[in-house]
Design a protein around this ligand. Structure first.
Ligand code: UN1
Length: 502
């Protein structure tokens, strides 16, 4: 049996076939109870190469399809995903351990970006610019790039692919997707639905999207292939660095959305009830395994004790457990490595004199499932593990006295993804979101650091990689820009007034 019953029944409902023969690949386990979900065949380098060749051929035709027609594929795909929201959300939960509500929320992101891409398919516009020459027209036109390689992480196994795929397809590109080997089944399901949508519309689905399964060596085959024109990668900064270095010699385009060590500043005027809700969702939600998870809480000394008391009370009784069960708010960590990294950071903090609350393993279910009570760690200053991103539910807390110092502390992290300020003081809110404030790609006011909508550009600065995905004008990253100067006169005046008479 290659796949467990739950997985077979989900794929059955979706109408996506599972490979029938015994794949000799890697195993995918559920963090929920440690059980084997399935075995997936890893793609060889030759298979990746062959898939890129097919995707390149398909691109040559796809780029000629009018963008609003390409948009219809995203409309169909979005509708199919909407119909299957529940089993898809369940699959995400089984494979990543995030609670079902969050699994469903992730599927909603897929639906939302498809709708966004459909609208966008009629708005891929360029500029017309005043030419300095008589009877000349100066234009910007946007064109598809070719095969786009998408590398995604385990923690958002569907939404991150969809942000990239929806825009890249509407822009006229074709795709090869290298998902995390920990979330291989979500990738099979979602890519299967995309192909199914294309087929149902009477489109040739071959080459529109292919999945390259496996570990980083599979990703490398994709990154190194000369016919892959853009690599959009989501994951750790270490992974992003190796992608960037591999792409540098040929100047291959990259779009990097890497980690975050996100902070929130709590000011004296903040509504503490709202702070607690925002902080707990961002810090403990998804078991601290979002790139946008809140990791550092910088609290004005005047409200520190009150806030700590409320947070300890909530953390002490947070429902941790089976993520499919209603009422549970925190599921398991993805695997033992995540648990070990968390315990290592907590030990390091303790050794440095920090006060550690909670963070212990909870014995729920199988020995191979890693459930923890999210931790709160009090430091007297920002230091040690507080300045590292540990992909686990650890909330570091420290007090500040001066708002400008708090902003400097926010900006002292190596990453620059998300940040927020909780305040009722207009000046503090404005400063935080101004050039003098947060240096992150996301700077929020009176909400947590996680849970962004798809309509905005998503990504960040510094070791977060600089790329932007999802909404706003990020579609431009999936196209190449051409400047066109058209002479509709009968003479040849040169720019800058240069005389070059023959
Ligand atoms: C991620 O963790 O890689 O803003 C993406 C959020 C989600 C996406 C997170 N919409 O938290």
């Amino acid at each position: 049996m290659n796949y467990c019953t739950d997985i077979r029944s989900i794929f059955n409902t979706l109408g996506v076939p599972l490979p029938s023969e015994e794949p000799k690949g890697f195993e995918v386990f559920s963090p929920v109870d440690g059980r084997l979900l399935g075995q997936v065949a890893a793609s060889s380098q030759a298979q990746v190469s062959a898939a890129v060749a097919v995707a390149h051929q398909r691109f040559l035709a796809w780029r000629a399809v009018p963008a609003p027609k390409r948009g219809e594929l995203l409309r169909a795909f979005g509708e199919t995903v909407r119909q299957h929201k529940e089993p898809l959300g369940r699959l995400i939960t089984l494979e990543t351990g995030k609670i079902l509500q969050e699994g469903l929320g992730e599927v909603q992101e897929v639906i939302d970006i498809c709708e966004f891409a459909l609208g966008l398919s009629r708005q891929l516009y360029g500029l017309s610019i005043a030419s300095e020459r008589p009877e000349h027209k100066l234009l910007e036109t946007w064109h598809p790039m070719g095969v786009v390689g998408i590398i995604s992480a385990f923690n958002f196994p569907m939404a991150v692919f969809a942000w990239n795929a929806a825009l890249a397809l509407v822009c006229g590109n074709t795709l090869i997707w290298k998902p995390s080997e920990k979330a291989a089944l979500s990738a099979m399901a979602l890519s299967g639905l995309l192909l199914q949508s294309a087929r149902n519309m009477g489109l040739d689905e071959h080459g529109l999207v292919a999945v390259a399964q496996g570990e980083s060596v599979t990703g490398k085959a994709l990154v190194d292939h000369p016919d892959v024109k853009l690599i959009s990668a989501t994951g750790s900064s270490a992974m992003g660095r190796s992608v960037a270095m591999a792409c540098a010699p040929t100047f291959k385009r990259t779009l990097l959305e890497l980690g975050g060590n996100n902070a929130a500043i709590v000011c004296p005027s903040a509504n503490l009830e709202l702070v607690v809700r925002g902080v707990v969702f961002s810090a403990a939600g998804t078991a601290g395994q979002r790139c946008t998870s809140l990791r550092r809480l910088l609290v004005h000394r005047s409200v520190y004790a009150d806030l700590l008391k409320s947070l300890l009370k909530v953390y002490g009784s947070l429902p941790v457990g089976d993520p499919l069960k209603e009422g549970v708010l925190v599921g398991p960590l993805i695997d033992q490595a995540a648990f070990d990294a968390m315990q290592k950071a907590l030990k390091q903090a303790k050794d440095m004199g920090a006060t550690v609350h909670f963070g212990e393993r909870l014995t729920l279910g199988d020995a191979k499932a890693f459930y923890v009570r999210p931790a709160i760690v009090e430091f007297d200053a920002q230091k040690g593990p507080m300045l590292q991103e540990t992909f686990a539910p650890i909330l570091y807390m420290t007090a500040y006295d001066d708002f400008d110092v708090a902003i400097a502390m926010n900006n002292a992290a190596a990453h620059g993804l998300s940040s927020s300020v909780f305040t009722q003081d207009l000046r503090e809110a404005e400063v935080f979101t101004s050039a003098l404030g947060s240096d992150c790609g996301i700077a929020n006011v009176n909400i947590g650091t996680s849970g962004a909508e798809i309509g905005g550009a998503f990504g960040g600065e510094k070791e977060t990689g600089g790329g932007r995905e999802s909404g706003s004008d990020t579609w431009k990253a999936y196209m190449r820009r051409a400047t066109n100067t058209v002479n509709y006169g009968t003479s040849l005046p040169l720019a800058q007034g240069i005389k070059f008479d023959l």
